[in-house]
Unconditional design. Structure first.
Length: 143
């Protein structure tokens, strides 16, 4: 079965305007908590990216040494960790472990939740239909 989502309006850091983007509702799952968010599917990101405060609430392991991670807006000091992401719609319900980078504690957290390729993209055939502002996610059959 294919999960179909309409693009959602995403607030972006200045100077970028808010606009409809390939974002989906997901649940981020950590050892302590679950948080429902809208995550921006980012085919150009190796890993997912979340703010420090959110990682603390989830109870993620933040003991790894921070690293400079490069992205479209330059380098960002981030802590590598792992979490689970749950996606569901109708009767479809999937949960995966993903690599995630957490923003450094003192970083401005004015950015969307990013869902990168590691752990998520390989689970689905993902089709972005830009002209219709829709995303199709078709779960790969077990091999």
């Amino acid at each position: 079965m294919t999960l179909v989502f309409k693009y959602k309006r995403i607030d972006r850091p200045e100077p970028f305007p808010s606009e409809a983007a390939p974002a989906i509702p997901v649940t981020l799952i950590g050892p302590k908590e679950k948080i429902n968010v809208i995550g921006l599917l980012d085919s150009g990101a190796d890993f997912s990216f979340i703010p420090y405060d959110m990682a603390e609430v989830l109870g993620l392991d933040l003991t790894e040494k921070p690293q400079d991670i490069g992205g479209i807006s330059g380098t960002v000091l981030s802590i590598p960790s792992t979490m689970k992401i749950n996606i569901q719609k109708g009767k479809e319900n999937y949960t995966f472990s993903v690599g995630v980078y957490v923003s450094a504690k003192d970083m401005d957290d004015d950015f969307p939740i990013l869902i990168g390729r590691d752990g998520f993209f390989e689970q689905f055939k993902i089709t972005f239909i830009e002209s219709e502002k829709r995303i199709h996610l078709k779960k790969h059959d077990k091999q």
